[in-house]
Design a protein around this ligand. Structure first.
Ligand code: GTP
Ligand code: MG
Length: 458
């Protein structure tokens, strides 16, 4: 079966190209700009269910001067002549003006005629002006089904209701609101469902598309939560041992540890952006609360904790060692937790057993640096907010997103205030679980811990 062809049309600057970016998840599609007439030519894109191209979308230049266009179309009628919509449009397209003054408009109308239906993108921040009514009646004259898409519906004091009324008067009763920058999670599903009603012969294909896209979204979320869980395990398990010198000698290893964790978070962010098909160098453009693929607040700053609503507990010492725990090594993880724990449990030390002595001798004089619980909470919350933002984000978004929006959720609350999950506690004594460590080994128990931890993000 051939793909459903949809012409995306409307007044200039209403978000047509943005809608295509969002539906194709392609931040590079076309040109999006706050200035009018960014799109000059018709440009197509396909939506697939597996290998099947289900929908072909055609972006078109914005309509600008509908009043004159309507006059020009009417001037082509002989006095008293009656022609139906499509015949009027056909006559206009055959006229010289369609190749000169109204060249842009003609491109739009030709594309509507060549398509199965039109998506009319409407900026509901604007009242229903006469020129917009004219535009709609010209588009309706093409004789194709039209589905109005109300854009900018999240803007306060918008005119969505007036638009719905005006559209109903033109016989357009099926309308969808879809904010191209911050579409609701089920936004595109609702869009395709409406199209399936409007164009029933395409309904089975649209169903396949909806299912495929739902599966893709689920798979993306699954991968995202695994990435975040792995980040947390890596960081919780990571530890470095340093000779037990005075405090000033700890400064360098502490800063190195911090930098390593920062980079590990940045790598995770990068993977998440890639997964959701946002560009790393484009994050400020995409409006995520971060700069150049990094969060704008440093992971080890009190501001970062504050931003995510984490209160400074006793675990977090202000100043030079913020975010890092320094312990005298007694568990001896550098030698392997099991060996030393065994040695201690067996009372080897008290017995003066030489083996135990040797181990403990090695341990004496070392300290271990690990990342504080609060930093784990912070990492969890930041990635939670990010994943949520990426799920929600249209691929046309340009404005900053409120980073705290997700912080009221139960999931966030648990990460902020609840006990740290057992998997992380367990990771503390498995240095080899950390992919940042030279001793890293991807064991089955680590994989299982990641799987269980990932569930805590959904
Ligand atoms: N806040 C918000 N801004 C949007 C939305 N959709 C589009 N924009 C902005 O509106 C402007 C125009 O968007 P485009 O997608 O270029 O509009 P267009 O209809 O393709 O414009 P032309 O091609 O010039 O006709 C850009 O600055 C977008 O970032 C939306 O849903 N919400
Ligand atoms: Mg455009």
């Amino acid at each position: 079966m051939t793909a459903l062809k949809l012409a995306v049309v409307g007044h200039t600057n209403t978000g047509k190209t943005s809608l295509l970016r969002t539906l194709t998840r392609d931040v590079n599609f076309g040109e999006v700009s706050a200035r009018p007439s960014a799109t000059r030519h018709v440009e197509g894109a396909r939506l697939f269910a597996g290998d099947e191209a289900v929908v072909e979308l055609y972006d078109t230049p914005g309509l600008e001067d509908a009043l004159s266009l309507l006059d020009a179309i009417e001037a082509l009628l002989a006095p008293g002549e009656r022609l139906d919509g499509p015949a009027r449009i056909a006559r206009f397209l055959a006229s010289p003006q369609a190749h000169s003054r109204f060249e842009q408009e003609a491109k739009v109308l030709r594309q509507v005629l060549a398509s199965d239906a039109g998506l009319v993108v409407i900026d509901v921040r604007d009242p229903v002006l006469a020129k917009y009514r004219d535009e709609l009646s010209i588009l309706a004259d093409c004789g194709k089904p039209l589905l109005p898409v109300l854009n900018f519906v999240h803007t306060p004091d918008n005119h969505a209701e007036a638009w719905r009324e005006a559209l109903a008067r033109l016989g357009l009763h099926s309308v969808i609101s879809f904010d191209t920058v911050a579409p609701e999670i089920d936004g595109e599903q609702r869009l395709f469902a409406k199209l399936a009603v409007l164009l029933d012969r395409f309904a089975p294909a649209l169903q396949r598309l909806m299912l495929a896209r739902q599966n893709e979204a689920d798979a993306r979320l699954h991968t995202a939560t695994q990435l975040v869980a792995a980040l947390l395990i890596d960081v919780a398990a990571y530890r470095v041992s340093v000779p037990n010198a005075d405090e000033s000698a700890l400064q360098t290893p502490i800063e190195q540890l911090r930098e390593k964790i920062r980079q590990h978070e940045a790598a995770c962010v990068h993977e998440l952006l890639k997964l959701y098909r946002f560009r790393t160098d484009d994050v400020t453009l995409s409006g995520l609360p971060m700069l150049n693929g990094r969060w704008d607040e440093d992971l080890f700053s009190p501001e970062a904790l504050n931003q995510m609503g984490i209160r400074l507990g006793q675990g977090l010492v202000a100043g030079a060692v913020a975010g890092i725990s320094i312990d005298l090594i007694v568990g001896g993880l550098t030698l392997g937790a099991a060996t030393v724990a065994g040695a201690l449990a067996g009372g080897l030390w008290q017995l003066g057993n030489t083996y135990g002595e040797r181990i403990l001798g090695k341990l004496r004089g070392y300290r271990s640096l690990t990342v504080d619980d609060n930093i784990l909470r912070l990492l969890a919350l930041r990635q939670l907010v990010l994943v949520h933002a990426l799920q929600q984000r249209g691929h046309a978004a340009m404005q900053p997103l409120e980073p705290t929006a997700q912080l009221d959720s139960q999931t966030a609350k648990r990460w902020r205030e609840g006990a740290l999950p057992d998997e992380l506690k367990k990771a503390r004594s498995h240095a080899e679980w950390s992919a940042m460590s030279p001793a890293f080994s991807a064991t089955e128990t680590r994989d299982e811990a990641i799987k269980r931890l990932a569930k805590l993000f959904s």
